[in-house]
Design a protein around this ligand. Structure first.
Ligand code: UT7
Length: 326
C-alpha cells in the first residue's frame, strides 16, 4: 500500500516584515540580506500565535481541500523546531485538540528543517503498516520568537509559517515513491538552542536570555548543505532510474538562495528546476517545503502525475528528500 498527499494547505501570518524594517534597529541592509540570502520579507506571528495555532490553520485548509473529516484522522504529526512548549506536551497534541481530531494519536517530529521530509516517510510507514489510514502531517514554526534579535547573522534569516498535508492510502502509483533520510550528529553544535534542556538546564536567575535562543555557525551549515542537497537528489534519481529531465520541480528547504544556486551549479541542474519562494517567507524551517508545495498547487504549477523531489537539511544535522508523484 502506497501513500499520497490528498490535500495540501498553508498558513502564514499577515504581518510582513521587510528587510528595511530590520535595518531600522540592526546594522544591516536590504542590499546585504538580498545579495547574501535572497530574502526580501518574512512573516511574523502575532503575540497570541504559537506553532500550534499556525499549524491548525494550515491543517484546516488541507482538511477542507481533501474533504476530510478531522475525526477520520488516525495520526497527527507535527514537524517543528519551535514547539509551543519545551519538551512536552507535544505541539501535535495541542493541534489534535484544536482541530477536533479526537480519534488521532499525536506526536512531534524533531529533526529541524528536515522535519517535513522525515514526516512524509513516517506517515507513509504508518499507512503501509496498517496502523493508520489517514495521517495529518504539519510543518509549523514560530522562529521569530526564538531568534536573537540582536544577532544580525541569524535573525534576518528566519520567519514564521506552517504547511500541512492530509496523507492517505494510494494504490494507483501516485504518492510518496521514495525517501532518502540521513543524519550526521557530528555537526550537532552547528545549529542549536544550547540552554533549556537537560544538558544545560535553564536556571532561574542564572542563564542569560540569549542562551535560550537559536545559535548558528552559518558558514558550517552552508558548507554541509551544498553537498548534502546534491547527494540526496543524485541518490533519488539514481535509484529510481530517473534523470533530472523527468522531474517537474525540485522543492528544496528554503534557507538561503545562494545555497541552492551553488548546489544547482555544482550538480549541473538549471536553477529554474528549484521552486523558490524564500524571497517572501525567509527560512521557516520545517514549514518551508509544505508552504512551497502549497504554492505550487495554488498556482497550478503541478499536474497529476508530475514527479517532484523534495530536499531538506538542517539541525541535527539531518538531511534527506522524497520523490513524489503528484
Ligand atoms: O535551515 C538551515 C539553517 N541555516 C542555514 O542554512 C544557513 C546557512 N548559512 C548561510 O546561509 C550563510 O552562511 C549566512 C547567510 C548565515 C551568512 O552569509 P555569509 O556570506 O557566509 O556571511 P559571513 O558569515 O561570512 O559574513 C560576512 C560578513 C561579516 O562581516 P565581516 O566580518 O566580513 O566584516 C558579517 O559580520 O557579513 C556580515 N554580516 C552581515 N552584514 C550585514 C553577517 N550578517 C549580516 C547582516 N547584515 N545581516
Amino acid at each position: 500500500m502506497g501513500a499520497r498527499i490528498e490535500g495540501i494547505g498553508a498558513y502564514t501570518p499577515s504581518r510582513r516584515m521587510s528587510n528595511d524594517e530590520l535595518a531600522e534597529f540592526l546594522d544591516t541592509s536590504d542590499e546585504w540580506i538580498r545579495s547574501h540570502t535572497g530574502i526580501g520579507y518574512r512573516h511574523v506571528a502575532s503575540d497570541d500565535e504559537a506553532a500550534s495555532d499556525l499549524g491548525a490553520q494550515a491543517a484546516k485548509v488541507a482538511l477542507d481541500r481533501s474533504g476530510t473529516d478531522p475525526e477520520s484522522i488516525d495520526m497527527v504529526l507535527v514537524a517543528t523546531a519551535s514547539s509551543d512548549y519545551v519538551g512536552f506536551p507535544s505541539t501535535a497534541c495541542i493541534v489534535q485538540n484544536m482541530i477536533g481530531a479526537k480519534n488521532a494519536a499525536a506526536m512531534d517530529i524533531g529533526v529541524g528543517c528536515t522535519g517535513f521530509v522525515y514526516g512524509l516517510e513516517t506517515a507513509k510507514g504508518f499507512i503501509a503498516s496498517g496502523a493508520a489510514d489517514r495521517v495529518l502531517l504539519i510543518g509549523s514554526e514560530v522562529l521569530t520568537r526564538i531568534v536573537d534579535w540582536t544577532d544580525r547573522s541569524t535573525c534576518v534569516l528566519f520567519g514564521d509559517g506552517a504547511g500541512a498535508a492530509v496523507i492517505s492510502p494510494s494504490s494507483n502509483g501516485r504518492g510518496i515513491l521514495d525517501s532518502v533520510l540521513k543524519a550526521d550528529g557530528s555537526g550537532a553544535s552547528y545549529l542549536a538552542r544550547e540552554v533549556g534542556g537537560t544538558r544545560a538546564p535553564f536556571k532561574l536567575g542564572h542563564s542569560a536570555e540569549r542562551d535560550l535562543l537559536i545559535k548558528m555557525e552559518g558558514q558550517s551549515v552552508y558548507n554541509f548543505a551544498v553537498p548534502a542537497i546534491i547527494e540526496v537528489i543524485q541518490q533519488i534519481l539514481d535509484r529510481n532510474r530517473l534523470t533530472i529531465d523527468d522531474i517537474a520541480y525540485i522543492v528544496p528547504h528554503q534557507a538561503n538562495r545562494r545555497i541552492i544556486e551553488a548546489a544547482a551549479k555544482r550538480a549541473r541542474i538549471p536553477t529554474e528546476k528549484f521552486y523558490l519562494n524564500i524571497e517572501e517567507y525567509a527560512n521557516t524551517s520545517a514549514a518551508t517545503i509544505p508552504i512551497a508545495l502549497n504554492e505550487l498547487y495554488e498556482r497550478d504549477k503541478v499536474a497529476d502525475g508530475d514527479l517532484l523531489i523534495t530536499v531538506g537539511f538542517g539541525a541535527g544535522l539531518t538531511f534527506g528528500g522524497n520523490l513524489l508523484k503528484w
